[in-house]
Design a protein around this ligand. Structure first.
Ligand code: SF4
Ligand code: SF4
Length: 90
């Protein structure tokens, strides 16, 4: 089963308050490899040529982005209670 198919099984209840934000877009602009756009399994991060766009609604709360950002440039909290991803299995 492809990752996209597995993610389709998860349920999301997005909060209107973003639980992920970029601390400084200037830092992103100088980040050579932009690993957040590669490592996130839910493709939350996208470089649009000028800034990092964050589609926080798709986050599955794995925590990888905070570890991979070489500049500690991602502010991330857990979604409020009742919001975020719900796993069908496990
Ligand atoms: S890895 Fe960090 S600094 Fe680099 S583009 Fe992503 S959020 Fe910005
Ligand atoms: S916590 Fe995981 S799924 Fe959410 S944005 Fe970070 S890498 Fe992507």
């Amino acid at each position: 089963m492809k990752l996209e198919d597995k993610l389709f099984l998860d349920r999301f209840k997005p909060d209107e308050h973003a639980h992920i934000s970029i601390v400084s877009q200037d830092v992103c602009a100088r980040c050579p490899d932009k690993p957040c756009t590669i490592v996130c399994p839910a493709e939350v991060y996208h470089w649009d040529g000028e800034k990092t766009v964050v589609s926080y609604e798709n986050c599955i709360e794995c925590g990888a982005c905070r570890l991979i950002c070489p500049y500690n440039n991602i502010a991330c909290t857990m979604p409020r209670g009742g919001f975020g991803v719900q796993y069908k299995y496990g």
